[in-house]
Design a protein around this ligand. Structure first.
Ligand code: 5GP
Ligand code: MN
Length: 315
């Protein structure tokens, strides 16, 4: 059921024990939104836990609260809470986090592909990041921004907007970022931490770049990482940006083959609706940034993705 921002704030205000979860493959918005909301609610004396069913990349250790994020375990007794807040995704992409909690569900998200089917949903696809919505919720609840809250929320906004460069960046984004700076967020510290890569990853990047191929008469290009290449590179953050910058390219793809018959796809575009293409494979996202998982081997996944993009471009 879709509810208003005011109602979402009221749900949060009324709950005493709250569990927060976000999506697998967590990014800066998933982590920043979760921790920012956690600090705001804890500041009101509430009991709050954060679950993410995945490894948390080490670059996020720059954020306060990094160490309190828990990974859910199978077979443990369910945690009874007043509210289970799912951030930055619909409830189907949180791994087993949902299995460890028994509570009313409040889903807060900014993805166009989120249909608002949770018990309570507040989805605003006009916001650049879920962290922007968390900012609005904290204001709606009448709370002040501490340095911790500001740093976490700033990180979510900065990472989802490509550090204020993508087309989802709005005047609201800029005003919010400025206000968060006034409350203690330090952009240079956060961006330096987010950009950091190990020596091995930078060397791996060079190998991955060798796989770039253009298709659709140069209007699309992809980085196609087979199993061996994928296994050797722990973090591909930013790789797709190297495809995006190629002159004439509208759609950029990154394909990673993680296991036999398991490939991850990321897409970015300057115009074409890639959320629609991702949704066609059971994934989703935004018009200009989307992803999906294909249960195919490398060669089939590569062919399927290229074909889907070619069809979408022809249409
Ligand atoms: P990324 O390429 O950075 O993994 O994801 C781009 C955007 O698409 C993000 O907003 C992300 O949440 C969304 N996205 C990525 N993969 C999936 C997926 O498998 N399902 C859905 N629903 N959204 C995805
Ligand atoms: Mn997001």
């Amino acid at each position: 059921m879709n509810i208003s921002l005011k109602e979402a704030a009221r749900n949060l205000l009324e709950a005493e024990k709250i569990v927060i979860a976000s999506h697998v493959n967590p990014d800066g918005d998933a982590i920043g939104s979760s921790l920012g909301l956690m600090y705001a609610l804890q500041g009101m004396g509430k009991e709050v836990m954060v679950f993410i069913d995945d490894d948390i990349p080490a670059i996020f250790s720059v954020l306060p609260g990094y160490e309190v994020i828990r990974r859910p375990e199978k077979g443990v007794e369910k945690i009874r809470a007043d509210l289970f807040v799912i951030l930055d995704t619909s409830p189907d992409r949180i791994g087993i986090s949902g299995d460890v909690v028994e509570a009313h569900v409040l889903n807060i998200d900014h993805h166009v592909t989120n249909k608002g089917e949770a018990e309570f949903s507040y989805v605003d696809s006009g916001r650049a990041a879920t962290a922007e919505i968390v900012y609005e919720l904290i204001r709606e609840m009448g709370r002040e921004f501490t340095g911790e809250i500001a740093s976490c929320i700033y990180t979510g906004i900065a990472t989802d907007t490509g550090f204020f460069r993508y087309s989802n960046t709005t005047p609201f984004t800029m005003r919010t970022a400025a206000e968060l700076m006034e409350h203690g967020a330090r952009p240079h510290i956060i961006s330096e931490a987010m950009e950091q890569k190990s020596y091995a990853v930078v060397k791996g990047m060079a190998a991955a770049m060798q796989t770039i191929e253009r298709f659709c008469n140069g209007r699309a290009a992809g980085l196609f990482m087979d199993r061996e290449l994928t296994a050797g590179i722990e973090n591909t953050e930013g790789f797709i940006d190297m495809v995006r910058v190629i002159e004439g390219v509208d759609v950029a793809v990154l394909l990673k083959c993680k296991e036999e018959k398991l490939c991850r796809v990321s897409m970015r575009s300057k115009g074409l609706d890639v959320a629609k293409i991702a949704a066609g494979f059971g994934g989703g996202g935004h018009v200009r940034a989307a992803g999906c998982t294909l249960e195919m081997d490398f060669a089939d996944a590569k062919r399927a993705v290229m074909q889907a993009i070619e069809e979408a471009m022809g249409a």
